[in-house]
Design a protein around this ligand. Structure first.
Ligand SMILES: *[C@@H]1O[C@H](CO)[C@@H](O)[C@H](O)[C@H]1NC(C)=O
Ligand SMILES: *[C@@H]1O[C@H](CO)[C@@H](O)[C@H](O)[C@H]1NC(C)=O
Ligand SMILES: *[C@@H]1O[C@H](CO)[C@@H](O)[C@H](O)[C@H]1NC(C)=O
Ligand SMILES: *[C@@H]1O[C@H](CO)[C@@H](O)[C@H](O)[C@H]1NC(C)=O
Length: 349
């Protein structure tokens, strides 16, 4: 696999870019009717799960948020992201972003995730995942959340590839990517164990999406197909993560850690939408982004000095899979969530 990666043009590698520069256990009830108002959701990671922590970012500028909540509100999408759907699955409201917390909005948990975050340091002015967990630990020390609160809580971890982007931007040799994955999974393993040791008994970890399908990458195929060689990086990452999670659950003697197969959920949604598009050209090619910058320099949300938009929007965001160069639209996330739903049952005991 690593051998194949030699042939990738450098441009392609630099394009691998994920919003850096913008960048319960309770009484057992039958599946689906479980409703525990005590459940809280704690979220760690990057833009795929951030719901408003990155105050000084495009996620707080138009046209982000046009579908939901109808104005820019800090999500890297036109609307809802995975966190919103998982919260709704748990029958709670979306937890408050850490940056917006106050004394009276903590009841559904906290979202510590911020766009651009990596497991390692990927942002110059932002937290890495360790720091997000430090913030969580501080709230526990301050007794904002009790042991009982945490007992019935769920954690969601979304790390969608910023570490790989940073790895490549820093001119690391692509031949080292496999050992980098091992280092990355080791740190991720430390992180998820720490979250469990702080008292959370259900920890959901997203697998890495097929990075070779992101519009930023598929520009080289004119959005006609995914770049399979890059998807192999995701596959190897996921294989190592699944092995680690299996070992950790064995050690724990129970299923604390649950993986969410975002990889296959992306791929099957894209395949289905692609077939539909081939049959009905009114429907969008799922590899095309809805909000694209004019020319190579501009990104979704850019305006010039006169406030003129330097981006264009697709006619109907509801028909897209991708919103911008790296992030799914609400419709994309909804479809992915639908495919993840069967595995979410494990989170509610
Ligand atoms: C806390 O934040 C919520 C929004 O999450 C807001 O509606 C509420 O007014 C704030 N309360 C205080 C006491 O600042
Ligand atoms: C996370 O950030 C902190 C503070 O910058 C740093 O001390 C720590 O080494 C970083 N952790 C990782 C795993 O990169
Ligand atoms: C990466 O390599 C390119 C070309 O060799 C060089 O121009 C650039 O400054 C390097 N970037 C870093 C972060 O080292
Ligand atoms: C194609 O899709 C559009 C948008 O959903 C729909 O309105 C239209 O009826 C479809 N056309 C055919 C021939 O199915």
């Amino acid at each position: 696999m690593v051998k194949h990666l030699f042939v990738l043009p450098p441009l392609l590698l630099v394009l691998l870019f994920i919003s850096i520069t913008e960048v319960a256990e309770g009484t057992k009830k039958s599946y689906g009717v479980y409703n525990n108002n005590n459940v809280k959701l704690f979220v760690f990671g990057d833009s795929y799960v951030d719901t408003g922590n990155f105050l000084d970012s495009p996620s707080y500028k138009a046209p982000y948020g046009i579908t939901f909540p109808g104005k820019p509100a800090g999500r890297f999408s036109d609307g809802r992201v995975l966190t919103d759907y998982i919260a709704s699955y748990l029958k709670i409201e979306t937890p408050t972003p850490y940056s917006l917390r106050n004394s009276s909005n903590l009841q559904y948990g906290i979202n510590f995730a911020q766009g651009g975050t990596g497991v390692f340091q990927t942002l110059t002015n932002g937290p890495n995942m360790t720091l997000q967990i430090d913030s969580f630990e501080q709230l526990i020390q301050q007794k904002v959340y009790t042991k009982q609160d945490l007992d019935s809580s769920v954690a969601l971890i979304g790390a969608s590839g910023n570490d790989y982007t940073a790895f490549i931007v820093n001119n690391k040799s692509i031949t080292e990517i496999k050992s980098f994955t091992t280092t990355l999974i080791n740190q991720l393993s430390i992180n998820i164990q720490r979250i469990h040791n702080l008292g959370i008994n259900k920890v959901a970890i997203g697998l890495l999406e097929p990075i070779g399908c992101l519009p930023q990458i598929t520009v080289v195929t004119f959005h006609l197909g995914c770049v399979d060689l890059l998807n192999l990086v995701s596959e190897n990452h996921n294989k190592e993560l699944l092995q680690t999670v299996q070992q950790l659950n064995q050690q724990a003697g129970k299923s604390v850690y649950v993986t969410l197969d975002i990889y296959n959920a992306f791929l099957s949604t894209i395949e289905t939408m692609k077939r539909n598009h081939e049959e009905n050209s009114t429907l969008m090619n799922p590899l095309e982004l809805c909000c694209a910058g004019d020319g190579f320099k501009n990104k979704c949300g850019n305006v010039d000095d006169n406030g003129e938009k330097k981006y264009s929007l697709c006619e109907n965001p509801e028909l897209s899979f991708f919103w911008d160069y790296v992030h799914p639209s609400q419709n994309g996330w909804y479809n992915v969530y639908t495919l993840l739903q069967p595995s979410l049952g494990q989170l509610i005991g």
